[in-house]
Design a protein around this ligand. Structure first.
Ligand SMILES: *Cc1c(COP(=O)(O)O)cnc(C)c1O
Length: 338
């Protein structure tokens, strides 16, 4: 039974019950939660289950609200997955490398062994056999990030499908950049052992509001909900995200993808740029001979990029987020002059 992947203490947990669990009506005189009764828009606790917000996001994503968890950024979902599945010092997780740094930090915080499988140096592709060979009976989570940060490439869907079906633990597929990708999301596919992470921080332009999504089988969502802090998404975030979801972000995404092509073309003509990796994300990874010198020159010109040159397989690499057309013009001009 797949539920046996859970830690025993989590499987046995009886969760905290909030005042709003006991009574769920709308109108009434609320004397149950020790709130201040004077309305300023914030005096009441938020809905701990974010029902309205989940309904709206689920509709947009073409999924069922029962398959959706909302967290304080994706990082909350990552940490919760460790806490519900991984017994400290006993279980382990496997992840691709290089990738998003939070998987490793969350492993360290939770005292869980973190095993890395290097992507192929030439093109950051993944050898599935090598990945699965690192798993054992104590491997609870397998992290893949596609499109991957910082390498910018997406893994082929056929390969992801193969990993999900061949691994008997939980596959965590981070789709933070999926809206910029030519590959399709797995959000509407249902696998008993697949947890998808998405975020409103990138394409949806709400990094400041902190809202991360996990899309997973109902039993996983139920356990994550039981373990999270009861009021993890505050009233302001719930309200503003509901409003912002009405905006059509397609034109912005299209513009960012167009600008990505323009940057790749322009930078490939710059003498200092040795290599530009293909990108399915809203950033490009470039390889140069002197990353620090170029980083510093960009800073002197008021342009801040991410130095990734000390990351495994990324020697000499800078990660550059796609900005507005005029920001990108300045970036290209500055790098051209080097
Ligand atoms: C930016 C990013 C996230 C988003 O994290 P939030 O906490 O939701 O802002 C998640 N995963 C990857 C790989 C990222 O690059």
């Amino acid at each position: 039974m797949i539920q046996s992947l859970l830690r025993n203490n989590i499987a046995a947990l009886s969760p905290y019950s909030t005042a709003r669990d006991e009574y769920q009506g709308e109108l009434g005189i609320y004397l149950d939660a020790n709130e201040n009764p004077y309305n300023n828009g914030y005096n009441r606790y938020p809905d701990p289950y974010q029902r309205e917000l989940k309904q709206k996001i689920a509709l947009k994503k073409g999924i069922n609200p029962e398959n959706l968890f909302l967290g304080n950024g994706s990082d909350e979902a990552i940490d919760l997955l460790y806490r519900i599945f991984c017994e400290p010092t006993i279980d382990n997780v496997v992840a691709i490398c290089p990738t998003y740094g939070m998987y490793r930090v969350a492993a360290a915080i939770n005292n869980v062994e973190y095993r890395e499988v290097m992507l192929e140096e030439a093109d950051f592709s993944l050898d599935t056999t090598k990945l699965l060979a690192q798993t054992d009976a104590h491997t609870k989570l397998l992290f893949i990030c596609s499109p991957n940060n910082p390498t910018a490439n997406a893994l082929p869907a056929s390969q992801i499908r193969q990993i999900i079906t061949q691994f008997s633990g939980i596959v965590v597929l981070d789709e933070a950049y999926i809206d910029f990708s030519s590959e399709e999301s797995f959000a509407q596919k249902s696998y008993p052992n697949l947890v998808i992470l998405q975020t409103l921080s990138k394409a949806w332009a709400m990094a400041g509001l902190r809202l991360g999504l996990a899309i997973a089988p109902q039993w996983v969502i139920r356990v994550m909900t039981n373990v999270k802090y009861p009021y993890n998404i505050n009233v302001v975030t719930q309200k503003i995200v509901l409003e912002q979801l009405d905006h059509d972000i397609t034109p912005q995404i299209q513009q960012i993808i167009t600008e990505r092509s323009r940057i790749i073309k322009a930078l490939s003509e710059c003498p200092v740029v040795r290599k530009i990796y293909p990108s399915d994300a809203n950033f490009v990874l470039i390889r140069v001979d002197e990353p620090r010198a170029i980083y510093d020159t960009l800073i002197q010109n008021g342009i801040i990029v991410r130095d990734r040159s000390r990351i495994a397989l990324c020697g000499g690499c800078l990660r550059i987020t796609i900005g507005t057309p005029s920001e990108n013009d300045q970036l290209i001009q500055t790098i051209k002059q080097l």
